[in-house]
Design a protein around this ligand. Structure first.
Ligand code: BTN
Length: 319
């Protein structure tokens, strides 16, 4: 109910207590109690006789109702578990999956102290400024199709960032999101599968939102950036979580109904790793050459100096 109440207040214009109680089907007293709770949480509300209430500003908190206020989805993000500090949102999402949690279950955290990155690396997730979330999906796809979901996730996140902050980002295969060549977002897709079918997928998304330069570890200097550093404006993280869910859901529905064909051009349009010289470092080898594009299942095609084509499933790309 708090989320729905907040959704009504998002327009920024006055809305009366009576209208809110009618729209939500609850008493005026219940509305009033929730408004007081929101004020205590840091929501700034102006009230005027005969006009009602108007939302002036929102705190940058990540509680379920903060996110629900901006959600337009049917499934994704409709079961939110929000934490202040966790080691990593990934294992929590796996635990939810094991408990038969429904598709679209979302774990969000204000801070991660042991966040996991791709290829066994660490990921820096700073308290109060980064955005960390893990989304549970249960697609009926084969294991070989799973990389497509990773590419879909990158499209959803770039579109959400553009919608909320105006930043138009690049995607480096498979799903690093960059701005001006610096890393803004990391995506880690993990799955549980039977020999051929995917049982469930956890899409872990880390977005650098409101960090200042000195919030990043020295090793990330010149390599990482944040939305605030690039736009000069802080981003309301709950709004961004909801925007990611809103974009993800229509792309995912399209993917489940019609396959990767509709997603592929959207990914390609944002990609900086196509039709260019690059080097791919896989756990077992380095492949250098010219990238020819991606395969239907999302692998990267690289042609080496001898004209031989290599299909890359997972790697670190240097442009
Ligand atoms: C990368 O190496 O680029 C991927 C980083 C993925 C980080 C996200 S933050 C939310 C989720 N929880 C984790 O521990 N990792 C992912």
């Amino acid at each position: 109910m708090k989320g729905q109440l907040l959704a009504l207040l998002q327009s920024g214009v006055y809305i009366s207590g009576e209208e809110m109680s009618r729209k939500l089907g609850v008493s005026r007293t219940a509305v009033w109690k929730q408004l007081s709770a929101l004020r205590e949480q840091g929501y700034e509300l102006e009230s005027a006789p005969k006009k009602g209430y108007r939302l002036l500003s929102s705190p940058d908190t990540l509680l379920a109702h903060d996110i629900e206020a901006h959600l337009q989805t049917k499934t994704l993000g409709r079961n939110i578990h929000s934490y202040d500090s966790v080691a990593s949102t990934q294992p929590l999402a796996h635990e939810e999956a094991a408990r038969e949690a429904r598709e679209g279950t979302l774990i969000v955290a204000n801070e991660q102290q042991g966040a996991r990155g791709r290829l066994g690396r660490q990921w820096q997730s700073t308290k109060g400024t980064s955005l960390s979330m893990s989304l549970l999906l249960r697609p009926d796809i084969s294991v070989s199709q799973a990389p497509q979901l990773t590419l879909l996730a990158a499209v959803a996140v770039t579109r959400a960032i553009e919608a909320v902050s105006g930043l138009v980002c690049d995607i480096k295969w498979p799903n690093d999101i960059l701005y001006g060549g610096k890393k803004l977002v990391g995506i880690l897709t993990e799955m549980a599968a039977d020999p051929d079918r995917v049982n469930y997928c956890i899409v872990g998304i880390g977005i650098n939102c409101n960090q200042e330069s000195n919030d990043f570890a020295e090793t990330l200097a010149g390599i990482a950036t944040s939305i605030k550093l690039e736009t000069g404006n802080p981003v309301q993280r709950a709004k961004l979580v909801a925007a990611v869910m809103n974009e993800f859901e229509w792309l995912y529905d399209e993917y489940i109904k019609n396959g990767f064909a509709a997603i592929r051009p959207l990914w390609e349009a944002r990609s900086v790793s196509l039709h260019t010289k690059l080097s791919a470092r896989t756990p077992s080898r380095i492949v250098q050459g010219y990238s020819l594009g991606i395969t239907d299942d999302g692998r990267l095609r690289i042609q080496d100096e001898d004209g031989q084509e290599h299909l890359i499933y997972s790697a670190d790309i240097e442009l």
